[in-house]
Ligand binder design. Structure first.
Ligand code: NAD
Length: 313
């Protein structure tokens, strides 16, 4: 398959590497000149679960690729999705599948402006990744990558992608309700990520505070209310909080990605998490004070650090 990775940062490089190793024809797309230069001259250096490898890969800016793709994996941050879709319009054909595994809420609506719904495949992944320097990345975990076709009649197309991810070692799994998984993942990011970023500490420290129960209950209840009103998704608040606490026990020493975003002076995805819930709650005439406050405080931190906020518009 001809595959483009639209946004070849941490996760995009990991996916592109695995797909090319398994025989797919991959082009990495990005607009970061130093990263493109190093990958083009020296290959991509990637450490997967502690094992380093180097692979010669095609990499260029989006406008430099000039043929229609069979599949495109979008891997920008949430606020980069819209500009990325505008810059890859010319490589999207009538049958090009577009696969979206970004964290955050509202991405299907954005994609529908650019891609026929029959070709959109939504999903989540629990692989983790990072960039150590231009051209040098790491990729950890075992997956899975859960996927589902957005158009109910297009399951076959999603199964082809799931099969390809299986063959490449990325652990693709078909999901009957990826919308539920997306909301649950958003709860993880909207609690652990946001609170660690605000309190400038690790997951275990946040989960050992005297106020963790009321913070989790406040945020998760608001996510669950909007999930039900907006997408008819039923998130059990108590069960989700138990899931978060169990997860915190396993990854306690970790600083989540939103903390790392602030530490590296990068804008956060807060507008697509707690911010999206706060915005939606206004449309439904319900209150989401916790999510609104968390969003305001993260934006305040971005301001203090001189980071331009990402717009949700
Ligand atoms: P990243 O910032 O490392 O990579 C994004 C890349 O997209 C960057 O290299 C950037 O230069 C490029 N980009 C953005 N807009 C562009 C444009 N218009 N044209 C060309 N290039 C553009 O991000 P990431 O960590 O790989 O995360 C991607 C998404 O996956 C996010 O939604 C994130 O929350 C989610 N996610 C990340 C991880 C992880 O461990 N990194 C795990 C699960 C989910």
């Amino acid at each position: 398959m001809k595959i483009a990775i639209a946004g070849s940062g941490a996760l995009g490089c990991g996916f592109g590497y695995h797909l090319q190793k398994s025989g797919e024809e991959v082009t990495l797309l990005d607009n970061w000149a130093d990263h493109i230069q190093v990958v083009s001259e020296n290959g991509l250096t990637i450490t997967v679960n502690g094992k380093e490898d180097n692979l010669k890969m095609n990499m260029c800016k989006p406008h430099e690729l000039n043929e229609e793709m069979d599949a495109i994996f979008v891997f920008t941050k949430s606020m980069g999705l819209k500009p990325m879709m505008e810059s890859i319009d010319h490589i999207i054909g009538a049958d090009t599948k577009v696969i979206c595994l970004l964290n955050g809420l509202g991405h299907l609506k954005t994609l529908e402006h650019y891609v026929d719904k029959k070709n959109i495949i939504m999903g989540t992944t629990v692989w983790t990744a990072g960039i150590d320097a231009p051209g040098i990345t790491h990729f950890n975990g075992q997956g899975p990558v859960e996927l589902q076709n957005s158009d109910p009649s297009e399951k076959e197309g999603a199964l082809v992608i799931v099969d390809m991810l299986q063959r490449s070692g990325l652990n693709g799994v078909y999901s009957d309700n990826v919308n539920y998984t997306t909301w649950r993942k958003a709860c993880v990011n909207g609690t652990m990520n946001a609170l660690c970023a605000l309190l400038d500490t690790t997951i275990e420290k946040v989960f050992s505070t005297s106020t963790i129960d009321s913070m989790l209950s406040g945020i998760v209840t608001e996510f669950a209310t909007v999930a039900r009103l907006q997408d008819d998704i039923k998130l059990d608040v108590e069960e989700t909080i138990t899931y978060l606490k169990n997860l915190a026990d396993k990854v306690g020493a970790h600083y989540p990605s939103m903390h790392q975003d602030l530490a590296n002076n990068r804008p956060t995805e807060i507008d697509f998490l707690n911010g999206a819930v706060a915005e939606a709650s206004k449309r439904f005439g319900v209150e989401a004070p916790y999510c609104q406050k968390v969003t305001d405080l993260i934006h305040a931190k971005e301001d203090i650090l001189g980071i331009p906020s990402a717009s949700n518009s």
